[in-house]
Design a protein around this ligand. Structure first.
Ligand code: FES
Length: 286
């Protein structure tokens, strides 16, 4: 059993939890994720390792309550325990040691981009971050992102904070500014956002990576559920990723596959709401 030692509300529907998992904490690296199960009959959900503390033996996870399992998880309190907590899974991200990186995080994608930005910062890179959400109440980790970024730009779709518009608007300004060299761009967020960023940066020939969040089951490369076409080859996000070259990812196929179980997810959520009077989607990593 894995004990929840800390719980914090981040925004409207986003929560942070610190979970006691010393063996996972000992090996965790930026870019990796865990798969958890709340109880014996629970769904397995992948979540990015947002932070880890080897000394305390804890892993921090951040999730948005968007479906049955994430709502169930959000209802747990400090002192409660999780049945399974497997990891670290996936490949650690490659960390360049110098240069200028632009990090683009959208919605709950800000959670998985944070540990990567922190690692870039600690490695001595200059990081310019752009984070966005539908509305100010949904913005998470603003202070944490500011602490590890040279510049932080905020966008909201409805203009309630920062730039009134999309993260891609700010990014375009940076791409057009020829006085500032950009060595790498990392984007994590909803699929449409990552697709836009990939299309936007391709003509500039700037290395761009995305962290993908397809549906997962086993997380160890056996079920094939998380497959994605990258450069015409089939890859498994759980063992080959989750970080891939954005210019090589087949976003159209990924979008189609991501929508396959929407009716079942909705049915499970409606049933859960009915039973508990309150509201997981499978895939939370990115
Ligand atoms: S989740 Fe099963 S192969 Fe990746």
């Amino acid at each position: 059993m894995f004990k929840i030692v800390k719980k914090r509300d981040l925004a409207d529907v986003s929560k942070l939890m610190e979970v006691e998992a010393p063996l996972v904490a000992r090996k965790a690296q930026p870019g990796q994720f865990i798969i958890l199960r709340i109880h014996e009959n629970g769904e397995r959900i992948p979540l990015t390792i947002a932070d880890s503390d080897k000394e305390k033996g804890t892993i921090t996870i951040i999730f948005q309550e968007v479906g049955k399992t994430t709502k169930e998880l959000g209802a747990l309190e400090e002192g409660d325990s999780l049945r399974d907590f497997v990891g670290p899974l996936g490949q650690a991200m490659e960390l360049p040691t110098s240069g200028r990186v632009i990090a683009v995080g959208g919605g709950v994608g800000i959670a998985p981009i944070y540990p990567k930005v922190k690692a870039f910062h600690q490695a001595g890179m200059e990081v310019i971050s752009i984070i966005g959400a539908r509305t100010a109440d949904l913005l998470i980790l603003e202070d944490e992102m500011r602490a590890v970024s040279k510049e932080l730009h905020i966008c909201t779709d409805d203009g309630t904070k920062g730039h009134h518009g999309f993260v891609s608007d700010i990014l375009q300004g940076m791409l057009d500014d020829k006085s500032q060299k950009i060595d790498e761009i990392i984007a994590v967020g909803p699929l449409p956002m990552m697709r836009v960023v990939a299309n936007q940066t391709k003509p500039y020939g700037i290395k761009t990576v995305v962290s993908l969040n397809p549906i997962m089951v086993d997380g160890t490369g056996m079920c094939g559920c998380c497959r994605v076409s990258v450069g015409g080859e089939t890859k498994f996000t759980c063992v080959d990723g989750p970080v891939f070259d954005a210019h090589q990812v087949d976003f159209e196929e990924l979008t189609r596959r991501g929508q396959m179980y929407l009716p079942e997810e909705k049915e499970a959520l409606d049933k859960y709401k009915e039973e508990c009077g309150c509201g997981g989607g499978n895939s939370e990593i990115g």
